[in-house]
Design a protein around this ligand. Sequence first.
Ligand SMILES: NC(=O)c1ccc[n+]([C@@H]2O[C@H](COP(=O)([O-])OP(=O)(O)OC[C@H]3O[C@@H](n4cnc5c(N)ncnc54)[C@H](OP(=O)(O)O)[C@@H]3O)[C@@H](O)[C@H]2O)c1
Length: 349
Amino acid sequence: MIIMVTRIALIGFGVVGQGFTKILLEQKESLKTQHGFEYEVVAISDTMKGSVYDENGLDLNKLLEIVEETGEINSYPGGIKGWDSLKTINETNSDLIVEVAWTDLTTGEPAISHVKAAINCNKHCVMTNKGPIALAVNELEALAKDKGVQIRYEGTVMSGTPALNLAMLTLAGSGIYKIQGIINGTTNYILSEMEKGLGYDEALKQAQDLGYAEADPTADVGGYDALGKIVILANVVLGANLKKDDPPCEGITKITLDDVNSALEEGFRWKLIASAELHDDGSVEASVAPKKVPLSHPLANVMGPTNSLTFSTKYVDDVTIIGPGAGKEATGFSVLIDVLDIHRLTSYK
Ligand SMILES: NC(=O)c1ccc[n+]([C@@H]2O[C@H](COP(=O)([O-])OP(=O)(O)OC[C@H]3O[C@@H](n4cnc5c(N)ncnc54)[C@H](OP(=O)(O)O)[C@@H]3O)[C@@H](O)[C@H]2O)c1
């Protein structure tokens, strides 16, 4: 058996890029012995932290050490420095691009250009960026099919909790007709804290102090982050062709402490619920809105920043997963899920 070495280039070396690198290092031996997967990371390109390329592979321990000490990678000894993301995608000897940079959710850029560049030069691409998938999944999948390469994006929904793989692989053929759940950890944390007596502003401030919410929390509390994810689920799992702004979307900004308390007295809990349903005529309806969920329902008991999704199916009824929706290692792991999946599909021809 000939084992191919996968040559990886990382675009972006922030939280997720470093989390994935750490897991690659820690799992190196078991990836080889259990999964026949051998790799070299040949390039990393990041706007502010710098970039480095060595066709024979980079020393990942050294890179993690340097970025921790200096906040950048320019002092890495050796390698070619200074290549931007597109040059790194196009001109390195990589055969798999990991796109873990930033996206403007209105245009999907620069991530859409990165993914298209990877596909156009016949490289597989794994991403955790929601932008390209929420805005252009059908176009990107068609382009990848045309070029005979794979794109994967498990981390775009629930990070390393395998929502997309569960739906697309394990539950394939189960007749999934409805998906609903809690897919934004920040808002679930805020609602959970309000139940302990904090007002909305206080709970939001606490979420920001803990790093769950951005300084500008609009994407989370306005429901737009959950909207991007439910559009991905609707389009990928239910075969819809929704645009990002098609479904109605309402966040949690109008929920007061009184609302939280009175719901509890009635035996309910407010949750920000994202849902998508496939109708008999083939249309798919999706929405994001705060809903009062009965305390007996599994989603009512998902607290703090944890996420959960229920897939309603024809043959196995409801299947629910609960797990993290963000985090350095959890999202870094989502990249590994996809890299291994591509390895399984492509390496033993
Ligand atoms: N963190 C999570 O838990 C999580 C979960 C699910 C999905 N995601 C998604 O995964 C992606 C990465 O997240 P993250 O948390 O790792 O973000 P991050 O810590 O901000 O890292 C992103 C990195 O990409 C770099 N970058 C931005 N534009 C670039 C470009 N054009 N070319 C090369 N590098 C570029 C940034 O550079 P500088 O900052 O140095 O300029 C930064 O170092 C995001 O799209 C995010 O939405 C994250």
